[in-house]
Design a protein around this ligand. Structure first.
Ligand code: SF4
Ligand code: SF4
Length: 193
């Protein structure tokens, strides 16, 4: 083969290889994009999407039903009974609040987003949101604390209840002691006998 013929053959092979390689690229120049410029553009989440949970503590009555429904035990709740002098108000669906929720933790490192905690809630205050970007470098940061009370306030509520119960018990014991100290009044004899 002459040198010129070989030159044209090699050139044509080069052009053909580029055309084959660019075939898919050319095809996609004329179809709509399927990719988006994330994170500046985001796909809207479907209505029933299951992502990070949220708890509206204003409506939480501390009933523990969500925690008992959780298959992986990632919800941890502590409550303290309110004192008769304390009025905690009612939830938005009219349920009376009687417990201080001193701890309401959800460990999202364990959560499997099954949504089983959402259904039994009597006040619908625990629900799935569309928030899906909440990864962390440390697992501990996935432990979310929803309680609105500080640890000091929680300790104070517990101490108040313990004091109230102790005073109640002391009053009960004093009343029992007073009753025991009173002289017994004999029942009058029945004269018809
Ligand atoms: S979504 Fe499932 S795993 Fe997560 S807290 Fe609720 S019940 Fe537990
Ligand atoms: S089921 Fe609802 S009201 Fe009961 S503790 Fe859980 S979030 Fe609170």
């Amino acid at each position: 083969m002459s040198g010129l013929k070989q030159y044209f053959k090699d050139s044509w092979e080069g052009i053909w290889t580029v055309l084959v390689g660019m075939k898919i690229t050319f095809k996609h120049l004329f179809v709509p994009n399927v990719t988006i410029q994330y994170p500046s553009v985001r796909v809207p989440m479907p209505e029933r999407v299951r992502n990070r949970l949220y708890v509206n503590m204003d409506d939480c009555i501390g009933c523990d039903q969500c925690s008992r429904a959780c298959p992986v035990s990632c919800i941890s709740i502590d409550t303290v009974k309110s004192l008769p002098s304390e009025d905690l108000g009612v939830t938005s669906n009219g349920k009376k609040k009687a417990l201080w929720v001193t701890k309401f933790d959800i460990d999202f490192a364990k959560c499997c987003y099954c949504q089983l905690c959402v259904f039994p809630c009597p006040t619908e205050c625990i629900y799935m949101t569309d928030v899906y970007e909440f990864s962390e470098y440390e697992r501990g940061k996935l432990l979310y604390n929803f309680s609105t009370l500080t640890p000091e306030q929680a300790a104070e509520k517990k101490a108040n209840l313990e004091k109230f119960n102790a005073e109640k018990e002391a009053l009960k014991a004093a009343a029992a002691a007073e009753a025991a100290a009173k002289p017994k009044i004999e029942k009058p004899q029945d004269k018809t006998e």
